[in-house]
Ligand binder design. Structure first.
Ligand code: DGL
Length: 259
């Protein structure tokens, strides 16, 4: 029998919408709830304790909204709080944004790969530890790129400034000779075009598509639902709403919900 499921996704802000967009393509009929914690943005510069506390509140809220599948659509929260959330909410199904990408890397060709992420994600060593746990030989070079999220959230995409900043990071000597880039922050898929201009021959890993596929697998044959997506923010600023509309075409109402 087909089961009805409701998917909750959360991120510090816009980033998780890259995952939501990929998911809408694969599971358009499933009801979804998106929560952007703009009041606490950026997560990447916070402690694990702070990220964990915010995430726990959000998951409690999404569960109260009827979500039974939770996509931690944020690398920083996946790294800092993924295990804690799974232990705290044993009745919910969790998909974090790191494990599916690690599994994909483990199956792919072994090549020098850059992992761009927030300070919290890089500090955690989550990607490397999980590849090591799978006993996969790899050359994954992690680089914290903390300026990228504020640039995106402040609307600098398309100005050329994001290209200069990304170029600065990609010129880091440790990334010499990379063959692939993992956008290890859910905001970064928005930089795909900029990266293609700067490093045309380098493979950009389509992390949102990989995560969305993992969500499809987790949901099984759940194809029921009215295809409604509800949007919440912990703080609604005019600039955020304008960016959600211009970047993702989301003109729906965002409810303000402080947790
Ligand atoms: N998009 C998030 C991530 O994947 C958080 C970015 C931030 O708020 O610093 O890490």
């Amino acid at each position: 029998m087909k089961k009805q499921r409701k998917i909750g996704l959360f991120d510090s802000g816009l980033g998780g919408l890259t995952v939501l967009r990929a998911l809408e393509e694969k599971l358009p009929q499933v009801d979804k709830v998106y929560y952007g914690d703009t009041l606490h943005l950026p997560y990447g510069d916070k402690s694990d304790e702070a990220i964990g506390a915010f995430s726990r509140e959000i998951v409690g809220f999404l569960a109260a909204e009827g979500c039974d599948v939770i996509v931690i659509a944020c690398n920083s929260a996946s790294a800092a709080a993924g295990t804690m959330l799974e232990e705290s909410f044993p009745d919910l199904t969790f998909i974090n944004v790191i494990d599916p990408v690690v599994a994909s890397l483990a199956q792919g060709p072994q090549r020098k790969t850059a992992l761009l992420g927030t300070r919290a994600t890089v500090r955690s060593g989550a990607y490397t530890k999980r590849l090591d746990a799978l006993r996969v030989a790899h050359e994954l070079i992690a680089l914290p790129t903390p300026l990228l999220v504020p640039l995106i959230e402040d609307g600098f995409l398309g100005t050329g400034i994001e290209i200069s900043v990304l170029e600065h990071y990609l010129n880091d000597p440790t990334l010499e000779g990379i063959e692939a880039i993992v956008p290890g922050c859910t905001h970064y898929p928005l930089l795909r075009e900029a990266a293609a201009k700067l490093r045309p021959g380098v493979d950009w890993i389509d992390a949102p598509a990989i995560v969305a596929e993992a969500v499809v697998t987790a949901c099984g044959a759940a194809i029921e639902g009215s295809g409604t997506t509800t949007y919440y923010l912990s703080d609604a600023t005019p600039s955020f709403l304008a960016l959600a509309s211009s970047t993702f075409g989301i003109t729906a109402h965002w409810d303000k919900k402080v947790l």
